[in-house]
Structures are given as structure tokens and as C-alpha cells.
Design a protein around this ligand. Structure first.
Ligand code: ADP
Ligand code: MG
Length: 358
């Protein structure tokens, strides 16, 4: 149904989409996930021509979207878009919000448009709000109206751009339920979302976007249970990291420990584990021989609840774990960790400590 080839988009010198390739079949529900700033919104906006692509091609049922003769309003009508921020007309009733498009653009009779709009409001559970104004509705209700408005335009494809990001947590599920219902009815949908459980349950395929491309794609099982790429894995497991670079033995230990404390606080890691992490950082640094380029990395996997401290250092190959001189430090470290490993690769000494959770 939709075919995207070598799609690229630049804003000035900034390349946002490098080379997007995708084929989407009728009735598919595609979730698009990925870190912010990776071009997910830009991709959706290129699809319905809210942005003009810099290169490549997009076609819908064989019609070239970027062709000179293409009827852009007609294409847009086939492809509705639901935004984070509802975009309803504040001065029109809910019913009028649904009928204005069909009457003005699809040239429908008012009575037919009203009838269809009421059916759709029933579908999204808001028939009793037909004569209210948008301001009188909650965020979740407004978003359901926005979805019904797309359907009123008889669109065949709906593009959702983080439809629940602007909502209170209590209202997320009512919107997701409506989207789930539409998926069952066979509507073709592309959904940019941060709701991983939802994406996992609803999608036929998942696109992970990063570095201006569809970095990895697959079924929800493939992407969520067995991602092949490291970046996808990190994103799925919500691995958050902090980095600290040391370039001389006069480094600021207190700053490092403060950074670790803040990182742990932010990720609701216990006080005790935080203190372990600070102490372990100090111990691993003390054991180093070459202070010219040490990287301390603390990574926390939200999904697995594990905290890992990594110390990378340059210089010659040196494993402090096997150095008698550090016997006591190594004992302390081993007592506080689930795993302690050393490796040497690409000119880097790497110590990896899996910190015990307390
Ligand atoms: P995402 O939706 O994945 O968070 P976006 O598609 O919104 O990412 O944005 C990707 C990048 O493109 C960002 O760095 C953003 O600043 C930039 N960008 C988006 N729209 C514009 C624009 N109209 N002009 C300039 N830069 C833009
Ligand atoms: Mg976005």
C-alpha cells in the first residue's frame, strides 16, 4: 500500500532522514520507536507531505506522492494524522469538529455528515459530548475526538505522532483502547509511541529508528525479545548511562561521586547501592596505572534493574585484578559485585563490574 524508497530529509545542513526504506501493507499496524530527535515525526510528516522530502520516493497504491500531477489534498485526505496536541477547533462543537471536513472538503450533505459523525463519536465513546466544546473535554477525550475526526474524513491510513505523550497518565489507556479497537477493524496505522507494552501488543511490525534510518525492524517478538542491534537493545532495555572522563591523576573525585549520586537518585536506585557505586568507582580508579585517559561509565538497565560500572583505560595491557598489590581492593570489589570482569581489546583495558543491588 505504501512504499518508501531512499527517502531523505535535510533541514539546511542537518540530515534528519538519511535513507528510509519501507513497504507497508494494507491493514498493517506499524509502531515506530526510537530515541527522541531521530526523525520519527519528520518521517510521518514526509509521508503526508507536511514536509517536502529532500530525496527518494513515496508511493501509495502505486501513485507517486512527489509527482508533479499528484493531487496533494486528496492524498492527505487518505492519510489522517493525529498529533500529540489534538488540534481541534476551539470555537466549534465536537460534532462540528467532525463534520466540517466532510461537508467542506468531501462535499457531503450536512445530514449525512452529522449521522456519520454521531456513529464515530459512539465508536470512541463520546456520543454524549457531541454538543460540548473542546475546552469542556479532558485531554484523553479530546484525543479520542481527534481520532474520530480522522475517521470522519474516511481516511484509509492514520498516522499517530505520540498520541498519548501530552496526556495525564490516567488518560493514556482510554486513547490506547480506541487505537486498539481500530487496529482490530483492519485500519492501516503508523504509530510513533513511547508506550512499549502497547507497541508490543498491537503492532504487526515495529520500526526502530536511529541515525536517520530504520535501524532495525521486525515483529514485536523480534524487536522486543531478541533485538539484533546493540542500539535497539539499549533502547528497549532503557539502558541509561552516565560518563565521566579523567585525564590526569588530579581528577575531581568528589565531582564524580556527586554525579553518580545524582544519576542514582534520578533512576530511583537505593542509597546503599549508590554508595557502593561511588566507592567502587574510587577503587577501580585507584587501581589504574595510566591516568591520561580513563572513562568511567555507569549504566542502568530499567528493564532488568541492573547497575553496571565500567572503567575503560588506555595504555599498555594491565589487569589490576591479577595484581597482588591490589589484593585487598579486589576483595572489597568482589564483595560488592555480582560479576567482575576484565578484558583488553582495541588498545583499551576494560573492567566491568555488575554492582549488587541492596
Ligand atoms: P523525533 O520525532 O524522532 O523526536 P523529529 O523528527 O521531531 O524527531 O526531529 C528530528 C530532528 O530534526 C531534530 O533534531 C529536530 O530539531 C530537527 N527538525 C525537525 N523539524 C525541523 C524543522 N522544521 N527545521 C529544522 N529542524 C527540524
Ligand atoms: Mg517526534
Amino acid at each position: 500500500m505504501i512504499s518508501v524508497k531512499n527517502l531523505s530529509k535535510k533541514f539546511g545542513d542537518i540530515v534528519v532522514l538519511r535513507d528510509i526504506n519501507a513497504n507497508i501493507n494494507k491493514g498493517e499496524v506499524i509502531s515506530i520507536i526510537g530515541p527522541s530527535g531521530t526523525g520519527k515525526s519528520t518521517f510521518l510528516r514526509c509521508l503526508n507531505l507536511l514536509e517536502t522530502p529532500s530525496g527518494g520516493s513515496i508511493s501509495i497504491d502505486g501513485i507517486d506522492l512527489l509527482g508533479k500531477e499528484t493531487n496533494v489534498p486528496k492524498i492527505r485526505q487518505r492519510m489522517g494524522m493525529v498529533f500529540q496536541s489534538f488540534n481541534l477547533y476551539a470555537h466549534l462543537t465536537i460534532l462540528e469538529n467532525l463534520t466540517i471536513g466532510p461537508i467542506k472538503l468531501l462535499k457531503k450533505k450536512e445530514s449525512d455528515a452529522n449521522k456519520k459523525a454521531m456513529e464515530l463519536l459512539k465508536l470512541v465513546g463520546l456520543a454524549e459530548k457531541a454538543y460540548n466544546f473542546p475546552d469542556e473535554l479532558s485531554g484523553g477525550q479530546k484525543q479520542r475526538v481527534a481520532i474520530a475526526r480522522c475517521l470522519a474524513m474516511e481516511c484509509e491510513i492514520i498516522l499517530f505522532d505520540e498520541p498519548t505523550s501530552a496526556l495525564d497518565p490516567t488518560m493514556v489507556s482510554e486513547v490506547l483502547s480506541v487505537i486498539r479497537k481500530l487496529a482490530k477493524e483492519g485500519l492501516t496505522m503508523l504509530i510513533v509511541t513511547h508506550e512499549m507494552e502497547f507497541a508490543k501488543n498491537i503492532s504487526s511490525r515495529v520500526f526502530y529508528m536511529d541515525e536517520g534510518i530504520i535501524y532495525e525492524e521486525g515483529t514485536p517478538e523480534q524487536i522486543f525479545e531478541n533485538p539484533q542491534q546493540e542500539k535497539t537493545r539499549a533502547f528497549i532495555h532503557r539502558v541509561r548511562s552516565m560518563y565521566y572522563n579523567i585525564s590526569s591523576s588530579n581528577y575531581d573525585l568528589y565531582k564524580l561521586q556527586g554525579d553518580i549520586a545524582r544519576f542514582c537518585e534520578k533512576h530511583v536506585i537505593s542509597q546503599k547501592t549508590s554508595e557502593y557505586a561511588q566507592m567502587l568507582a574510587e577503587e577501580v580508579i585507584v587501581m589504574q596505572k595510566d591516568y591520561s585517559d580513563i572513562n568511567i561509565i555507569l549504566s542502568y538497565s530499567e528493564k532488568e534493574g541492573t547497575l553496571v560500572l565500567t572503567c575503560e583505560s588506555g595504555g599498555e595491557q594491565y589487569n589490576p585484578l591479577e595484581d597482588e598489590f591490589h589484593e585487598i581492593a579486589v576483595m572489597i570489589i568482589k564483595g560488592r559485585c555480582k560479576s567482575v570482569e576484565y578484558s583488553f581489546s582495541e588498545g583499551k583495558n576494560v573492567l566491568t563490574l555488575g554492582i549488587k543491588n541492596e
